[in-house]
Design a protein around this ligand. Structure first.
Ligand code: SAM
Length: 298
């Protein structure tokens, strides 16, 4: 312990070398930090930012890790570039959630896009990220981004048929405001607002940790998009439970995830965008599932 100040009763308060712990019933993840930089109870959730020693500033919602400055690129590159380098001609993108701005930052690297809308329910997530996660939130003020603070479910319900080529659901876990983002009705509406070649990407939890939700997600999507139109891909994110994280890829048309743009085109993009995780080989490899994961989703 390096830094102490006195509480009213004279006892020391640690502000350095303090452990943050994300707890579940059976497992926990701990990170040492040097103070809480932001802590606000919003209308929806407790929004906090910690200054961790290993992973830089870290956003948590209701005590759960959402993103950190050091490993965020894995999640944000994979949720964005896999569909954008598969869709034949993406022009209009909708991001649901994603208030830290990391997904918007990656999506906006695709200069051919004509419209990028992001609908985040909680302005406190945006505020905390702008204040304390500048490298992640840097694109939230980009004039090309139409940032709307509202419920993503309402936005999707009111959007016109076929109005987006890509819908990215960058949501929290299926509790609180994000619960409806995991419902059959919501995904039917997403399907409706996708264009004929449209793709939906969602974060689909950890197969190892949230296996029940993981299985349900794939059953639900296959019921809506069709059995052979839904695929799972993986990425390794150290600050998420078990480190093994999944994303779902569902296409309305023929955009098969393993038929991405040419290797040369993907590599040229990855290099010019200075990506740190995604590349052409990884795009293919991410869809190769361990047998136990393949068995879970059939
Ligand atoms: N990368 C994170 C993860 O998987 O841990 C998730 C990112 S976090 C920024 C997800 C965001 O979804 C939160 O900011 C939350 O406020 C937002 N969200 C939850 N429910 C929503 C809803 N119904 N409409 C729009 N945004 C929502």
């Amino acid at each position: 312990m390096r830094d102490e100040r006195s509480a009213e009763d004279g006892s020391p308060i640690r502000t350095r070398d303090v452990w943050f712990t994300e707890r579940d019933d059976k497992i926990a993840l701990s990170l040492k930090h040097d103070g809480k930089l932001y802590d606000v109870q919003s209308d929806y959730q407790r929004v906090a930012v910690y200054n961790t020693q290993a992973y830089g500033n870290m956003l948590t919602l209701d005590g759960m890790v959402m993103t950190t400055e050091v490993d965020e690129y894995v999640y944000h590159e994979m949720i964005s570039h896999v569909p954008l380098l598969t869709h034949p001609d993406p022009k209009r993108v909708l991001i649901i959630g994603g208030g830290d701005g990391g997904t918007a930052r990656e999506v906006l690297k695709h200069k051919q896009l004509e419209e990028v809308v992001m609908v985040e329910i909680d302005d406190k997530v945006i505020e905390a990220s702008k204040l304390h996660l500048p490298s992640i939130s840097q694109s939230l003020d980009d004039p090309k981004l139409n940032l709307i603070v509202d419920d993503g479910i309402k936005y999707v319900n009111e959007a016109a048929d076929g109005s987006f080529d890509l819908v990215i659901v960058d949501s929290t876990d299926p509790v609180g405001p994000a619960e409806g983002l995991f419902s059959v009705d919501f995904y039917k509406e997403v399907y409706r607002i996708l264009s004929d070649d449209g793709i939906m990407i969602t974060q689909s939890e950890s197969p190892r940790f949230n296996s029940k939700v993981f299985k349900e997600i794939y059953q639900t999507y296959r019921g809506i998009f069709g059995q052979d139109k839904v695929h799972c891909y993986l990425a390794y994110i150290p600050t998420y439970p078990t480190g093994m994280w999944s994303f779902s890829y569902s296409s309305k048309g023929k955009a098969h995830p393993l038929k991405q743009k040419s290797k040369e085109e993907v590599e040229a993009f990855a290099q010019s965008a200075k990506l740190k995780y995604y590349n052409a080989d990884l795009h293919q490899a991410a869809f190769a599932l361990p047998t136990f994961v393949r068995d879970m989703i059939g």
